[in-house]
Design a protein around this ligand. Structure first.
Ligand code: F6R
Length: 365
């Protein structure tokens, strides 16, 4: 039931603060994470992991890409992330003590399941499924499971499943950090940041009126570029995927530093460029990338932190988000991009909840 909402997608976007609360319920102590939810000997086994392979498709793959920044950045465990349809068909070098993580909303995606079944034959330390459906094949067949409690996701375009996957992955990063004698202050900081997320997301949802106005500007556009750096590069990828799948506008994401290596040639007044620009250590670098866009007459739309002075940018081109700890910023910046694709789809009159040619659960290979 869509209740007061016009589409399931919009309802599911607004359900995110609650979905994140539900996903975190029972997983956090005061300044630590409760690793026993993975199983009685989890803490010791987490400490033995030396490599991580993350395998998933589509939006779930983007969640994995964000997790690589967290896991390598905070824990120092080498982590590779790959789409399941590639991973399962190539010869993968699996170092000793590798954890395979599969991520899936449905738990029935054929390629992701095939990767898990391959790993179950041996050669891996353990397998973990991060999944939204408790009784799914993926959950039944993995050694460990972390359930996202997003509730049923009806809209084909994944929204609350994605942000709850990110929450589960940051929880896991924290569990890995806690299991080794590393930076325990960071463990406590992650726990505090996770607790703040629902409230911060509620504040980001208040941007809807501004995003509705912004969406009008996409009505007769055919292409869009999304830019980000660091963990916000996969968030830009997710923003581009959302826009193309529900509004049918061609959208591509680039790591902002790659702009001058080719895509800058595309930029003119018909090319909106959406940039994800939180106030982190990469902001100054990103700003010079954005100057390159502006200098070429590109229509620049920036999602930035409210406390940062946006020199030279006009207010209708910059949307401000609350100030936030770096580690959870990718979750927060996802929200306005979901909302943007939803409102652009409304302007275009497309079938938001059931985009053409797509299925909610991809059980074919
Ligand atoms: C995009 C989308 C898809 C899915 C992909 C994997 O909005 O929903 O890209 O993310 O088909 O599905 P799951 O997560 O069920 O394995």
């Amino acid at each position: 039931d869509k209740g007061e909402y016009r589409h399931y997608m919009l309802k599911e976007i607004f359900e995110q603060p609650g979905a994140i609360n539900d996903t975190l319920a029972g997983t956090l102590g005061t300044d630590h994470v409760l690793t026993a939810i993975l199983g009685p000997d989890a803490e010791a086994r987490l400490g033995n992991i030396e490599h991580i392979h993350i395998v998933a498709c589509g939006t779930s793959y983007h969640a994995g890409l964000v997790a690589r920044y967290w896991i390598e950045g905070q824990v120092g465990i080498p982590c590779q992330v790959e789409v399941a349809s590639e991973y399962r068909y190539r010869t993968v070098a699996v170092p000793a003590n590798t954890l395979l993580i599969t991520i899936s909303q449905s738990g029935e995606t054929a390629d992701t399941l095939a990767a898990l079944r391959f790993a179950a034959k041996g050669g891996y330390l353990a397998t973990l499924a991060i999944c939204n459906v408790a009784g799914s094949s993926l959950v039944r067949e993995a050694d460990w499971r972390l359930l996202t409690h997003a509730g049923p996701e009806i809209g084909v375009a994944s929204t609350k499943a994605f942000t709850t996957q990110l929450v589960a992955l940051l929880w896991l990063t924290t569990a890995l950090l806690q299991s080794r004698s590393g930076n325990q202050a960071q463990v406590a900081a992650n726990v505090a940041a996770l607790r703040q997320l629902p409230e911060l997301i509620s504040r980001a949802l208040e941007l809807e009126p501004q995003i509705t106005r912004l969406a009008e500007r996409f009505a007769n556009k055919h292409h869009t570029l999304f830019l980000g750096r660091g963990p916000h590069y996969p968030i830009a990828m997710e923003g581009a995927l959302k826009l193309k799948e529900i509004s049918y506008i061609h959208a591509e994401a680039y790591a902002a530093g790659e702009l001058k290596h080719g895509p800058l040639a595309l930029v003119d007044e018909n090319m909106p460029v959406v940039s994800v620009a939180p106030s982190d250590s990469l902001l100054e670098k990103l700003r010079s990338n954005l100057e390159e866009v502006r200098a070429r007459g590109g229509e620049l739309i920036t999602f930035a932190c409210e406390s940062i002075d946006q020199e030279g940018a006009s207010p209708q081109d910059t949307l401000s988000l609350p100030e936030v700890a770096d580690v959870i910023s990718p979750v927060l910046y996802t929200i306005p991009l979901q909302m943007l694709s939803y409102h652009v789809a409304l302007v275009k009159g497309t079938d938001v909840d059931k985009p053409r040619n797509l299925a909610k659960s991809v059980t074919v290979e």
